[in-house]
Design a protein around this ligand. Sequence first.
Ligand SMILES: C[S@@+](CC[C@H](N)C(=O)[O-])C[C@H]1O[C@@H](n2cnc3c(N)ncnc32)[C@H](O)[C@@H]1O
Length: 244
Amino acid sequence: MNYELDNIYCADCYEAIKDIPDRSVDLIVMDPPYQITNTQTRGKSDFSKSMQYMLNELEDGRFTESVRGGVLLPQLVRVMKAINLYVWCNGKQIPMYLDYFVKEQRCEFDIIVWRKTNAMPLFNNKYLTDKEYCLYFRKGGYCNPQTYEDAKTVWDLPINKRDKDKFAHPTIKPLEIISAIIRNSSKEGDVVFDPFMGSGTTAVAAKNLNRHYLGFEIDRKWHKIATDRLNNIQANGQITIFTE
Ligand SMILES: C[S@@+](CC[C@H](N)C(=O)[O-])C[C@H]1O[C@@H](n2cnc3c(N)ncnc32)[C@H](O)[C@@H]1O
């Protein structure tokens, strides 16, 4: 299948990526389901149901297995013109990415941190869950921030309640951070690929910045929400106006 740019396809990225031509993508920004363990919620409230949904998604170990089994990452490298990739992850996943991109592929790397200024006060026998990591790997890839604000690696932002409400996705990422990394590591007209689109944050940022986007989302509900979002329609059917 030939994909048309500026589209999100409702597809399983592990299969669909095989049809993307070699060296056709300038930048990958991806946010796969994280793997976390030993966490449970109880109760029937909307809050605990949405928390449970999020944890179920996070507990999807298929991604981690596919990385460990050498399935997805070589495909990502194949489709990029040069290694130029951002991936959101939790602390436990950092070693597996360093193993592949730094040890094997000899990439340079950096770590961007989203420090959540309104994290939930849950610290029973553990630290707060008050940050997420976005790892950047490049070998020949492009990173050229034009402002101090775009060059920073720690972002202090609250959990994205406003966009969560608008687009309903439990793990939506801040448009501000995604926009900055796309500005820094691509040029107008470049192709930005996200295999795990969710509510389409990468596509919205790419479109706003005059980049082409291409993406996959396996779940029909999120696929519709993402494509509606690109047409300025919120999850509840209201028309929205996008700001960074
Ligand atoms: C962490 S979320 C991405 C959220 C996104 N960054 C946003 O801001 O809305 C991961 C998404 O990957 C999707 N997903 C999981 N497995 C997939 C697969 N095999 N192919 C494509 N999408 C997949 C999930 O349905 C989920 O919406």
